[in-house]
Design a protein around this ligand. Structure first.
Ligand SMILES: NC(=O)c1ccc[n+]([C@@H]2O[C@H](COP(=O)([O-])OP(=O)(O)OC[C@H]3O[C@@H](n4cnc5c(N)ncnc54)[C@H](OP(=O)(O)O)[C@@H]3O)[C@@H](O)[C@H]2O)c1
Length: 287
């Protein structure tokens, strides 16, 4: 049995679809089963679970041999710690975990520090494991869809920093290979798209792919923070966005790897392809 944690997420939904289409037994957990059923195939086994709760974790892992693990948000450290500890005790055969590039104990991006702790815990658990480190998700542009559609603009404070944006369908394809093939235990995969772009260049790709003009507007950190908070973003997330923009500005996300093609045999999707495939999300509705 494959357990997919983060099944309703950007990557996880593609992992579920692919495993399920191969006829493999899949259990998904979600805190909101009704929502999960709307976005995932009928054929999988559904379990309502909040992985901050140890009884839920025990139930979710029952009879499981391999786990895909990606969560987010304020519960992440507790939830993923619970899963790794339970997986070790249950003798799970393989865990594939989504981490981040450059997860170090003293990183200025708070999420990177949390991921470092989880990377360490998984490494010390002795469970055969593979860590995926995807770059900035192209799907993050969905979070800017409103300003793209209504203002023709994306905002940030990344300046001219370059980012090798990645399509989560490619991260999912790597995860499925890792879950279904031998030879990936102990590997740490740095995953990126095919090119490192500035946000101005990314805006250009979004324009070309959607047919709707998009411009990148660079703000100072304080103006960007003010705009985010003014738009209703909670301060803790506004600070996170600033940290991530600084990471891009300092070119910490600019290295392009060929790991996706090496693992899957297919080239990584470009931002142009992502935009074309999702053009409706970035285009004003015609009256
Ligand atoms: N965004 C980026 O650019 C980026 C880049 C590199 C790495 N990452 C990492 O990628 C990971 C997120 O992957 P993603 O984008 O595919 O996921 P996502 O879209 O953020 O979705 C998060 C998933 O976590 C599940 N989840 C959260 N808390 C849970 C809990 N307490 N119990 C059970 N499930 C829980 C959610 O399930 P339900 O809501 O259905 O319960 C949801 O399916 C994070 O670790 C993030 O740091 C992100």
């Amino acid at each position: 049995m494959f357990l997919v944690i983060g099944a309703t997420g950007n990557i996880g939904k593609h992992v579920v679809a692919e495993l399920s289409s191969r006829g493999l037994p899949v259990r998904v957990v979600s805190r909101d089963i009704q929502h999960a059923r709307q976005v995932l195939p009928e054929t999988v086994e559904y379990m309502q679970a909040n992985l901050t709760q140890e009884p839920d974790v025990q139930a979710a892992l029952h009879g499981v041999s391999k786990i895909y693990l990606a969560t987010n948000g304020p519960d992440q450290l507790v939830a993923e710690t619970n899963v790794i500890n339970a997986a070790r005790n249950a003798g799970v055969q393989h865990v594939v975990r989504v981490s981040v590039i450059g997860a170090t104990p003293d990183h200025f991006v708070a999420i990177a520090r949390a991921h470092h702790q989880l990377d360490q815990l998984l490494a010390e658990s002795g469970i055969p494991a593979t860590t995926l480190r995807p770059n900035w998700f192209m799907e993050n542009f969905f979070g800017s869809a409103d300003s793209i559609v209504h203002q023709g603009a994306i905002y940030g404070s990344a300046d001219d920093g370059r980012v090798a944006f990645i399509d989560s369908r490619d991260t999912a394809a790597v995860a499925v290979r890792v879950l279904t093939e031998d030879g990936h235990a102990g590997k740490d995969y740095h995953l990126t798209g095919p090119e490192a772009l500035t946000f101005a260049e990314a805006a250009q790709r979004l324009s070309e792919g959607s047919g709707h003009s998009v411009t990148y507007i660079n703000l100072s950190d304080s103006d960007f923070r003010g705009a985010l908070v003014g738009a209703g973003v909670p301060e803790v997330f506004a600070d996170l966005y600033l940290q991530i923009n600084r990471n891009a500005r300092e070119n910490n996300l600019a290295v392009v790897s060929n790991t996706i093609e090496a693992v899957t045999g297919l080239p990584a999707r470009s931002l142009a392809v992502f935009t074309r495939d999702n053009a409706a999300a970035f285009t004003p509705v015609k009256a």
